[in-house]
Every structure is written in structure tokens, then in C-alpha cells.
Design a protein around this ligand. Sequence first.
Ligand SMILES: Cc1cc2nc3c(=O)[nH]c(=O)nc-3n(C[C@H](O)[C@H](O)[C@H](O)COP(=O)(O)OP(=O)(O)OC[C@H]3O[C@@H](n4cnc5c(N)ncnc54)[C@H](O)[C@@H]3O)c2cc1C
Length: 384
Amino acid sequence: MDVEQLIGWDSLLHDEERLVRSSVRRFVQEKCMPRIVADYEAGRFAVELIPELAQMGLLGANLEGYGCAGMGALAWGLACHELESCDSGLRSFVSVQTSLAMFAIWKFGSEAQKQKWLPEMAAGRVIGCFGLTEPEHGSDPGGMETKAQKDGAGWILSGRKLWITNAQFANIAVVWARGPEGIAGFIVERERAGFSSGDIPHKLSMRASATGALYLDGVRVPDENRLPGAQGLKAPLSCLDNARFGVSWGVLGAARACLEIAISYTCDRKQFGVPVASKQLVQAELADVASEVVKASLLCVHFARLKEQGKLDPVQTSLLKRNNCRIALDAARRCRALLGANGVAGDFHVMRHAANLESTFTYEGTDQIHTLSIGRALTGHAAF
Ligand SMILES: Cc1cc2nc3c(=O)[nH]c(=O)nc-3n(C[C@H](O)[C@H](O)[C@H](O)COP(=O)(O)OP(=O)(O)OC[C@H]3O[C@@H](n4cnc5c(N)ncnc54)[C@H](O)[C@@H]3O)c2cc1C
């Protein structure tokens, strides 16, 4: 029996969802897996894959209109799951483009902004990033120091954003800044004077993803670049809530890949004259990991159906993100150990997943911050 049969989710999926899963899986096997080890070692994101990701309708996939595919929540989740079975960085690229940059414009933008940017972003001709985190403000973005000052009919943006996915090659950045009436969002084109980006050197996780800094040195933007519907911190937080759903599905793709590799490896690897998979201690590890992956996968399906009905509360997404990132990281570490020394070799993929999953544990709200969100929902007391 394979891991997916153990999850038993085939009977829970609609035809369109199975189709999304099989087409993304084929793309991942044919185009992404053959290059991922080299890309990871080189520390580069494979920009060459962008046109095909767009052709498959994966950029802005879960948004309606403006050239986007309008996928349901479950189909979108499966797409994230398959992409991350290759690498969390690949899924992060699609997540940031779709659930952060495009979603911010789709939800809070003017009609003119949507018409101008979303079709180009869905086609992969314009790439976006999402600048919220700053050097001194991560879990507490409400303390942000980036400023938006009124300047006649426009704005002047000044500040620095750090740990920004796609920063180095994004054509536009959705930047959050403190204005006279609170936190506001702006679309900033790369060509604007005073805008630049930089690398984060020596990154040891998500190496096949571009993560960088944004510098805003008195960048002038017209008022038509401000997102008119975004008022206050709840605007970027709602984008993060949307993105966390995809993260929660994605990390289980990485966990499933690690488990499948560990099963195959331990069945092949002989010690003491027999496959190590014939040992009870090894089977106990596999059974533990499989149980957690199955439970988390079924929670994903349940919450996806709630999301499709518009009934998924943000705290449920917090719970899903926290739970699944914990499980996936634990699964990757335990599978890594089951491969012995080969577990730290790039060709076996598991160590790469484990290193990536350290980032997913931290980004889109750390494990602790989601713990506090759940605690607040349960008790009514905010312990942040
Ligand atoms: C690979 C990668 C990609 C990223 N991409 C993006 C992106 O595209 N856009 C973007 O804006 N950001 C991005 N981030 C940033 C990410 O969202 C932040 O790293 C995250 O929010 C945590 O902030 P921090 O790193 O400043 O940690 P801090 O907030 O400094 O936290 C440090 C530690 O303190 C804990 N802590 C903080 N507050 C509390 C509290 N009240 N109670 C208990 N514990 C607490 C945290 O859980 C953590 O363990 C990315 C990060 C990574 C690693």
C-alpha cells in the first residue's frame, strides 16, 4: 500500500481536482526533479520554469477573473502539495506570486490596478513580491518603521524590508508602510528611482528560492499605486491568512516525499543480512510518520471544503499551519535518520526538505505566534 492509498483521499476528490494533481505531478517529475539538486546547491531559483507554471494556470490559480484559473481551495491545495513534494522553494515562488502579491491586488486594489497587473502576473510576465517583514519587525509587523509620507498627489516611501521571497527578480513589490492614517499598501515598480533589492548571503534553507532585501530610499509613487482597499494591519494579515492555507498543504507534500523515500530506502538497504525495513524499530518510525501525515492530510481536505464554503476561520488556518509545519519538519528529520549517512546526501533529497521545512516553521507566522492565536481563540486572552 502506498502513502496516498493509506490517506485514502482519492474518493474524496472531484475529477477536476484529480486532474490538477496529476498534471502538476507530471510537471514536477519531468521538469523540476531533474534539476532541483543542482539548483539547490547553486542557491538559485529556476526562473526558466515560470512560463510553464503560468501555462498550467498555477499563478493566481485560486483567484477569480483577470486571467486567473479560479481553482477551488482543494485543487489549489493539491497543486501546492505536488509542487512542494519537489521543493518548498518552488511552492514558495507560486505561493508568493499568487497568495500574497496577486491576492493583495485582487482583494485591495482598484479596478484599474487589477486590470493592469493581474492578467500579466497570471501569465508570468510580471512577477511580484510581498514586503512586510523588516529587519527589526517580524512577528510584530505592527511596529514597522517603513514610512509613507504624502507628497502632493503622491507618496514618498522610505525604509527597508528583509527576508522577502522573489525580492531579487520581482518586477513589482507590494510594500506595506506606515502612513498618516495607519498601515497602507503600495505597488512599487522595480524601475522607480530609489528602489533596489539585495541578497541575503549564506542562506542554509530554501536555497532554491530567492530570498532578499528591498531598499526604499525616498521612492516616489503616485496615489494610483496605493491599494485603496487596504486600511490598517488587517489587510496584510488577511493576505498571510490566505497564503498559510497553501503552506499547510505544501509542507505535507514534502513530508510525503520524505516518507516515500524512507520506505523505499529501508526496503532496499540491507544490514545484518536483511532489509532494515524488516526491523521493528524502523517500522515503528515509518508507522509514526505515516500516521501523522495521514491525519494532517485529512484535516487539509476537511478545512479545504470549509474554505470553499467561505466558512474557514483564520484561527483554523493558524491551527492547520502550525500542525502541518510541525508534522512535516518532524517527518523529514525522522526520515533523514532512517537513511543513515545517505540521509545527509543531496541525491536522496530528504535533508534538503528538512532544511527547507525549518523556514516553513518560521515564515507566514512562526509556530509560537500561531500557538498564541489558537490560545487567544480558546481563552479570549491575548498572550502575544
Ligand atoms: C525563507 C523565508 C522567506 C520569507 N519570505 C517572506 C516574504 O516573502 N515576505 C515577508 O514579508 N516576510 C517573509 N519572511 C519573513 C518571515 O515571515 C519572518 O521571518 C517571520 O514572521 C518571523 O519574524 P522574525 O524572523 O523577525 O522572527 P522574530 O519575530 O524576531 O521571532 C524570534 C523568535 O521569537 C518568537 N516570538 C516572537 N514574538 C513572540 C511572542 N509574543 N511570544 C512568544 N514567542 C515570540 C518567535 O516565534 C521566534 O521563535 C520569510 C522568512 C523566511 C525564512
